[in-house]
Design a protein around this ligand. Structure first.
Ligand SMILES: Cc1cc2nc3c(=O)[nH]c(=O)nc-3n(C[C@H](O)[C@H](O)[C@H](O)COP(=O)(O)OP(=O)(O)OC[C@H]3O[C@@H](n4cnc5c(N)ncnc54)[C@H](O)[C@@H]3O)c2cc1C
Length: 521
């Protein structure tokens, strides 16, 4: 053997000796795998007796794991507590029942292909490689999802007497005002010390371009804000500028204005044609696994060479023992299920919190927003409904499903959650009327999904304090006996399908190592 190896030779040698699991570990250690993207595991082929796997929860994560394990010859059984497959990937259409604790709601939308709303998964960013990869592999058709729309509205009770403004006007003026201040505030002594003559000129030009200032560095309105009138067959008349102190009183600049710049929310985003549940449904025709529905896991017991699960089905206690277990039950629920995990592992599960998001959707008899130049995107308000969403699909059709609210603040979701479903709709209409004055005239029916009141979820997504994440996440990413904790909760991307699939493949890499060792041992 040569005494010095190139990285390539080393990887070839590790790959042939240790298989894909070893190759993965060494590549990560050498910094050769870009850690901003998840790496798909190639599951080692099942051999001999040890091939049974039980998966707890039929959400996206476990469906993907089952798909990969079955390709390698493992026998899978999925135990799912609820009456539907898909977990938190939920698209609501005509006739669907929202499984809210104590008050299930039936969706009364018309039965038409474009009349649905995605109650959870809304968008897929371009860097979510595993989600997009599976969509490609399984033939899920994608289309563009519009998130930021400068024609959409900004409404704030504390500014401009609550009058809704076009987002383009707000953003153009905010930038103009800030740039004018910057231009005036530049202290020439600091400026001269920091910049050479040419740089200083370029910086001034940059500030003027950024805010659309005049040559004297003053902001006098911009056509970026849209026109007050004209612009086609008559001359365009610029809008006057907004009152800056009013703008400062509003809330939009705190979050909404920069929101679509975050990597996960920035254009271009995508959605599945016909509803995002097409993503998990695409796995189903490929699976052989028995999926036991309405089966709530009651205990998880680690055995020396196996994992035993007990669950309730049709009022009866049943048991299943398998060689391996992948568990995607939300940690806040799993924490209350009797188990014999180590103290530290249990401490990890106990440290998870759960976020509260909610969506309220209305069937509109007319897509009135498109008559106001709003095609897709989001309007923002400081009221508890927080956001109004316009569908990116079904453009120019007669009817549409519009989100009357997508609330991200726990207190707002809790407040709506305490109401009856009808009271929620009434309240969302009352608030939405401030954004779109004749809103109520178009509403035919509505439905609400309050995630912390949804059966078998009790929240929308897991949360860990930075301390708890440092202390426990790596531990929970490792198997406990033959049990693997999975789901988006076990990733650094909770609340995203990419997190669920990253956790799936991370667990499969760990699984590969064990199976590989068992083969060579
Ligand atoms: C409001 C909202 C918005 C979202 N927006 C996006 C988005 O825009 N883009 C994106 O990519 N992702 C988004 N997500 C996240 C995405 O939905 C999740 O990351 C993904 O669906 C999680 O899949 P999972 O398999 O890890 O978990 P889950 O889907 O939660 O699966 C867990 C399963 O365990 C079952 N279960 C619970 N208790 C038991 C028990 N005792 N016994 C047996 N089974 C049990 C549950 O019923 C469920 O089916 C959003 C989620 C929400 C709620």
């Amino acid at each position: 053997m040569p005494r010095h190896y190139s990285r390539r030779q080393l990887l070839q040698w590790v790959g042939s000796a240790g298989g894909s699991a070893a190759l993965y570990q060494v590549s990560v250690a050498l910094g050769l795998l870009p850690l901003t993207r998840s790496v798909k595991a190639q599951v080692v082929k099942a051999r001999g007796e040890r091939r049974s796997v039980v998966l707890l929860g039929a959400g996206l994560c476990n469906l993907a794991i089952t798909y990969e394990l079955e390709k390698a010859g493992f026998d899978c059984t999925i135990i799912e507590a609820s009456g539907r497959i898909g977990g938190r990937n939920l698209t609501v259409r005509s006739g669907d029942v929202i499984d809210e604790i104590g008050q299930p709601q039936k969706c009364e939308f018309d039965d038409a292909p474009h009349l649905y709303f995605n109650a959870s998964v809304a968008r897929i960013p371009a860097h979510h490689h595993l989600v997009l990869g599976y969509c490609r592999e399984l033939g899920v058709e994608l289309e563009v999802f519009i998130t930021e729309n400068r024609h959409a509205l900004v409404q704030d009770d504390n500014a401009y007497c609550g009058r809704p403004l076009q987002m383009r006007e707000y953003v153009a003026d905010a930038r103009g005002f800030m740039s004018e201040l910057m231009s005036k505030a530049i202290d020439t002594r600091v400026f001269d010390a920091e910049f050479s003559g040419e740089d200083a000129e370029r910086l001034s030009a940059f500030i003027r371009a950024y805010g659309d200032l005049d040559k004297q560095g003053r902001y006098k309105g911009s056509d970026r804000a849209g026109y007050a009138s004209g612009g086609m067959t008559t001359p365009a008349i610029k809008k006057g500028t907004l009152d800056f102190s009013e703008l400062l009183k509003s809330n939009f600049w705190r979050r909404g204005m920069h929101w679509a710049e975050a990597q996960d929310y920035a254009a271009p985003l995508m959605q599945a044609v016909g509803g995002n549940d097409k993503i998990f449904k695409a796995f189903l025709p490929h699976l052989k696994a028995r999926i036991v529905m309405g089966a709530q896991v009651q205990t998880v017991t680690l055995k020396e060479e196996a994992v035993q699960i007990s669950y309730n089905e049709d009022g009866q206690r049943k048991h299943i023992t398998a060689d391996y277990c992948f568990n995607s039950i939300p940690a806040n629920i799993m924490n209350g299920i009797p188990n014999n995990f180590s103290k530290n592992y249990r401490g990890g599960l106990a440290s998870f919190g759960r976020g509260k998001l909610m969506k309220i959707a209305f069937q509109m008899k007319e897509r009135f927003w498109e008559r106001q130049d709003i095609y897709g995107g989001i309007s923002w308000t400081n009221q508890p409904i927080e956001q109004i969403w316009y569908p990116s699909h079904g453009i120019n059709k007669q009817k549409g499903i519009m989100l009357g609210s997508y609330a991200w603040t726990n207190a707002h979701s809790e407040w709506f959650g305490r109401m009856t479903p009808q009271a929620r709709l009434d309240e969302a209409i009352r608030q939405g009327t401030k954004v779109h004055p004749n809103y109520a005239d178009y509403i035919e029916n509505g439905v609400s999904v309050i995630w912390h009141r949804m059966n078998h979820q009790l929240g929308c997504t897991s949360s860990l304090s930075p301390e708890a994440r440092n202390k426990y996440l790596k531990l929970l990413q490792k198997p406990e006996g033959r049990h693997y904790m999975v789901g988006d909760q076990i990733s650094y991307q909770p609340g995203w399908q990419e997190g669920a699939l990253s956790a799936a493949h991370h667990a499969l890499h760990e699984f590969n190592t064990r199976v590989q060792l068992a083969k060579t041992g």
